[in-house]
Design a protein around this ligand. Structure first.
Ligand code: PAF
Length: 284
């Protein structure tokens, strides 16, 4: 098992990727905030099939957390992450410091509309996507990858990044990868470690209720009626629901009834102090 190169500065990352590029090698980027789980490993596996070189960035990006969110307690497990990435066979890990990414005087933020203002995550985390888009644009410019991959679990984030790359003419192919789930259906997330044992037992009810609602809609039930039953089941399991909605999968626009377009059901709900998000296709 070969160890990935670990680079901590933008200058070192540029040197490494420039050498690969001049050797004619393609580069794939897997942006992460660390606390890696099997979902992240699956992203590296997809990328290793796609490009000759794979770089994983690990950076807990302060600008995508609001002051009341979990930036300081977000799990940081760098040594374990590195061991996982070595086993996964990635070529390099980019682990910059906040001072390198946001030097004194940093004043530029990407301003977003379109999918970033769809009224889902943005309603509850109004500054989140500007922070995500800004750091992802910086990573795209720093690593200049041919392709980058993001999990579909953050479905709105993926739409925001695709739109941003297209609008800013960033020559990166943005790939989405299916959500990895625990055996009981809970979507894998670095934040699942916050769940108490009792909450962990209740957590899969979110996905179960969504799947049941999706099945009803597929067999002809009205969307709002199916969602109402799901909201009742989710709330009964102790969740506080931020949203549970069916949207157009491409534009994220609200949908009242199925009309042949690809549809996505998206949810965010809090269980104790942990906020879980999930989404499923209605077309499967
Ligand atoms: O999805 C994440 O882990 C983060 O939002 C990302 C894309 C790495 C940007 O910090």
């Amino acid at each position: 098992m070969s160890q990935p190169a670990v680079v901590h500065t933008i200058a070192d990352l540029r040197r490494l990727t420039a050498a690969w590029r001049s050797a004619g090698e393609t580069i794939g980027l897997v942006p992460t905030m660390g606390a890696l789980h099997a979902g992240h490993v699956s992203l590296t596996q997809i990328m290793r099939q796609k490009t000759r070189r794979t770089v994983v960035s690990i950076f807990v990006n302060p600008t995508q957390f609001a002051p009341n969110e979990d930036f300081s307690k977000y799990p940081r497990t760098f040594e374990a992450d590195l061991a996982r990435l070595a086993a996964a066979g990635v070529d390099a890990v980019f682990n910059p410091s906040p001072a390198d990414m946001y030097p004194d005087g940093f004043s530029t933020t990407i301003s977003l509309s379109g999918p970033a203002t769809a009224g889902l995550e943005d309603r509850f985390r109004p500054t989140h996507f500007a922070g995500v888009a800004t750091i992802v644009a910086k990573l795209f410019i720093q690593a200049a990858p041919d392709a980058a991959i993001f999990g579909e679990k953050d479905f709105q984030q993926l739409a925001v990044i695709r739109r941003m790359a297209r609008d800013l003419d960033l020559p990166v192919e943005v790939l989405g990868a299916p959500t990895m789930r625990e055996a009981d259906g809970l979507a894998m997330s670095s934040r699942n470690v916050y769940l108490s044992d009792a909450e962990r037992r209740s957590a899969p009810i979110l996905n179960r209720a969504m799947r049941e609602a999706a099945a009803k809609i597929r067999s002809g039930a009205a969307i709002e009626q199916a969602l109402h039953a799901a909201r009742t089941a989710i709330a009964a399991a102790g969740f506080e629901i931020d949203y549970l909605e069916v949207r157009d999968a491409a534009s994220l626009a609200p949908v009242e009834k199925p009309d042949g377009r690809a549809l996505r059901m998206l949810a965010a709900a809090r269980l104790g102090k942990t906020r879980l998000i999930d989404n499923i296709s209605l077309d499967d």
